[in-house]
Design a protein around this ligand. Structure first.
Ligand code: PLP
Length: 385
């Protein structure tokens, strides 16, 4: 079976973990600090704080920006539930915005319509790894509301030559098992000033002002003492995941380059298949990290079952999240609801061989050849029959 996602781990990651285990310090400590420094440098950002997931990073971001009960935060419908859950965790109100049909990113016109005097922030998701047009979003919000980048898919992506994660006021990354930079689970909050950096470090560690490592290694007087002025979360990164992250960070550009090559191979192969719509290509302004290669396909459900039966796993990213019961399940966002019927995530990971790519393409071609009813331009994007 060709998986839809797959981590890309080697002996260096295994060795890095073994080294941490042997060191006797596996919690929050020097490797985490090193990862934070190197990750921030990679992005060209002033500071990054390591946490245990992007979900925690988003939650922390909202707390750092003092978003609270009754505040409104605009989120796209086409995302993972974490993007909205973090708003709910803080008793604020997620306001769902529709998406752009082509990019599946938040629709800026809909953001404009949904801004009220209660709006405190918007969380653009760099869907699939392609950065949102942040300059255009800034124009929409008039710089009055915070922009929190959900960069879970976008590690290494670039917008106008700047790395995703440096574009908004705060940014959140995921290092989940199958993300572009994977540590099993993990995440980072990227902030712009030292006061927020210091507060983020406290807030990911219960509000405690000095980590155990700092107290042990740096300040030997009153080594046991710490202060807690604000109630924080318990969501810090640890040195085992940081060690994996440091190795993955060094490989990130090469891994993303392979993803880009695979995307190009898919683009080329689907040129003569009118019943497949390919995702937007990279250009001078937008350079995707290609976390997800999402096509829009006629008879999506039948195709995905056919592919599964022929050894190719696929996914759907995402069912629009306002349709989940916890968010009311009220259809109201026509584009997201319509494109959801046709989107299909194809296998994409750095370890995918050229033969794997051909196998996926051939299976898709075979499906439409065996179902001639769909093999015409006029049946393009037809709903499942
Ligand atoms: C867009 C988006 N945001 C947030 C998350 C949450 O990431 P994590 O699993 O690291 O909490 C994900 C996870 O897949 C995601 O895809």
């Amino acid at each position: 079976m060709i998986q839809v996602f797959k981590p890309y781990m080697g002996d260096e990651e295994i060795e890095a973990v073994a080294e941490v285990l042997r060191s006797g310090w596996i919690g929050l400590g020097p490797r985490t600090a090193q990862f934070e420094k190197e990750f921030a440098e990679y992005l060209g950002a002033p500071c990054a704080v390591g946490v245990n997931s992007c979900t925690a990073a988003l939650d922390l971001a909202l707390r750092l920006l003092d978003i609270r009960k009754g505040d409104e935060v605009i989120v796209p419908a086409m995302t993972f539930v974490s993007t909205a859950h973090c708003v709910a965790y803080n008793d604020a109100v997620p306001i769902f915005a529709d998406v752009d049909e082509r990019t599946l990113a938040i629709d800026l016109e809909d953001v404009k319509r949904k801004i009220t005097r209660h709006t405190k922030a918007v969380i653009p998701v760099h869907y699939g790894g392609r950065p949102v047009d942040i300059d255009a979003l800034r124009e929409v919000d008039g710089s009055r509301i915070f922009i929190i980048e959900d960069a879970a898919h976008a590690c290494g992506a670039e917008y106008k030559g700047r790395k995703a994660g440096t574009l908004g006021d705060v940014a959140c990354f995921s290092f989940h098992a199958v993300k572009n930079l994977a540590t099993g689970d993990g995440g980072a909050v990227v902030v712009k000033d030292t006061a927020l950096f210091e507060r983020a470090k406290r807030m990911r560690w219960l509000g405690i002002d000095r980590g155990t490592w700092d107290r042990t290694e740096v300040d030997r007087s009153y080594w046991w003492e710490y202060f807690v002025n604000e109630i924080g979360l318990k969501c810090h990164m640890n040195d085992i995941t940081a060690a994996i992250g440091l190795v993955q960070l060094r490989k990130l550009d090469a891994m993303n380059a392979r993803r880009r090559t695979i995307a190009g191979m898919y683009d080329e192969a689907f040129k003569d298949m009118p019943w497949i719509e390919t995702p937007p290509k990279d250009d001078a302004l937008f350079r995707s990290a290609w976390h997800i290669y999402c096509i829009k396909a006629s008879r999506r459900d039948d195709l995905s079952v056919y592919l599964k039966d022929h050894g190719v796993a696929t996914g759907v990213h995402y069912k629009p999240i306002h349709l989940y019961r916890c968010y009311g399940n009220r259809p109201s966002l026509p584009v997201a609801e319509r494109v959801f019927e046709n989107i299909l995530t194809l296998p994409m990971y750095p370890g995918m061989s050229d033969e794997d790519v051909s196998e996926v393409v051939n299976a898709i071609r075979a499906f439409y050849t065996e179902s001639p009813v769909c093999a015409t331009a006029s049946s393009r994007m037809s709903m499942p029959t």
